[in-house]
Ligand binder design. Structure first.
Ligand code: SF4
Ligand code: SF4
Length: 136
């Protein structure tokens, strides 16, 4: 990877929220989102979360990729899951130019805007690894 990358999320874009795939949650994500929504963690989990032995993920509605994606963007933006907040500085994207390029085909913010030093991006990737230790 180069020593710096460019990234700037584009106003009004929700392309990453509309990709196929699951949104995983950490336990702190679950508690933060429940608090933001004014419900108990148990009530939030019952309605929106699918828990396996090792992982938590948001349930996927029939008509879209995410229950929280609305006309105005993410309804839980201030407390969105680590995976959403850290994108596109996911370890797998930083470790592979090919994956970075492939992802940039749907994310118009990648390779745009100010330079982000590679160490800053790697710090984000570390946070991702810590949030989802079972995935890395
Ligand atoms: S696809 Fe990229 S530019 Fe669009 S909302 Fe997601 S991060 Fe921002
Ligand atoms: S939680 Fe928010 S940012 Fe994450 S996929 Fe859903 S709408 Fe997008």
């Amino acid at each position: 990877m180069a020593q710096a990358l460019r990234f700037e999320c584009q106003a009004g874009c929700t392309a990453c929220c509309r990709q196929q795939g699951f949104v995983y949650l950490s336990e702190p994500d679950l508690r933060r989102i429940a608090e933001f929504l004014g419900v108990t963690p148990a009530a939030f989990e019952k309605q929106y979360v699918y828990r396996t032995r090792k992982r938590l993920r948001l349930r996927v509605p029939r008509a879209s990729q995410c229950y929280f994606l609305g006309e105005a963007g993410c309804a839980i933006h201030p407390v969105k899951p680590a995976q959403c907040r850290i994108f596109p500085f996911w370890p797998e994207l930083l470790e592979s130019r090919r994956e970075w390029r492939k992802t940039a085909r749907y994310c118009p913010g990648m390779n745009q805007g100010p330079l982000v030093h590679i160490e800053v991006a790697r710090e984000q990737a570390r946070e991702m690894r810590e949030a989802y230790p079972e995935m890395y």
